[in-house]
Ligand binder design. Sequence first.
Ligand SMILES: *Cc1c(COP(=O)(O)O)cnc(C)c1O
Length: 385
Amino acid sequence: MASSRNLKFASRAIHAGQEPDPTTGSIMPPVYQTSTYAQESPGVFKQHYDYGRTANPTRTALEANLAALEGGKHGICFASGCAATTALLHTLASGDHVVMSDDVYGGTFRIFDSVFAKLGIVLTMVDMTDANAFAAAFQPRTKLVWLETPTNPLLKIVDLELARDLAKKHQALLAVDNTFATPFLQNPLDYGVDVVCHSSTKYLGGHSDLLGGVLIVNDAGLAEKLHFIQNTTGAVPAPWDCFLLLRSTKTLHVRLERHCANAGKIAEFLAQHAKVERLIYPGLPSHPQYALATKQMRDAGGILTMLIKGDLAATKRFLERVQLFALAESLGGVESLIEHPAIMTHASIPPERRKVLGIGDNLVRLSVGIEDVDDLITDLDQALN
Ligand SMILES: *Cc1c(COP(=O)(O)O)cnc(C)c1O
């Protein structure tokens, strides 16, 4: 097969990491549902496979596929996005300092705040859209910069070139959680970012039927460290989930095109709706960083955030009335979901911090699916009125 590096995105999505099975010709990589591998003589393996935690051929195919989608050299897969984040944090030592964007996934904040803070990792959260504040957040022992762009749930855009320059200047590793944008819309490695992280539970999986996570890097030394942590701490994905993910990434580009198209139409509809106080979507010129979003991303994605006119009661009423949008945590599936960050995904962030961040009681996040957009708009309209 042609080297996947020369192929365009849609071809990589379908072919990278996957060859017809040499034994049977099977087009799809088999699910190698095994925990161990027979050795020919002690320490002599048929390939390099010795034990299921260390490596599995279905996982190897997935890791190559996801790395190719991000334009990276090494993919290291985990049982969830949080397990991927945790693995990266295990590269740090007590006393190391981390700069993190202020409005990250609630579960990511909780890993830092509730697990690694106790182990002596020091955290500074900062609004990275404020270049001066971002530059001032570094300390002599800053070893890692962690960011999401677009952020969650306020969809702020962080300038990847600025982040790279600041991280390089302070010799800190730069990690970008690219879950919201997906490799179809944004490739942080192209900006010189060191580590791309995904919760593959979301768009990569795309069908709300699995949990997964991945770290993608170019540096061979860092990849070796992360493989060591993957094997040592053991939060690896099951072969079946790797198979499902390989099946999902084949349609990532097709799904994302529809997610973006639907989200764009719904954004325009909601932005002028009488019951909506404010609509946040990086694809609308009204977004404060529209120019940066257009430069960094190929399209604006499938997530919208809106502030409803009224209080918590009015917001709950709206959330109870939507029918086609399911009221549920998570995002990135083919079906549309809606959620209330203050009560649901971001409940682990203390109320005072949520207030500072602007995650109020009337803020709602939509993950726009790939249903018929007219049906989605009709549903939102009836629930708002
Ligand atoms: C869901 C999510 C995570 C955590 O991933 P899990 O697969 O749920 O562990 C991390 N980052 C972002 C942006 C997410 O949306």
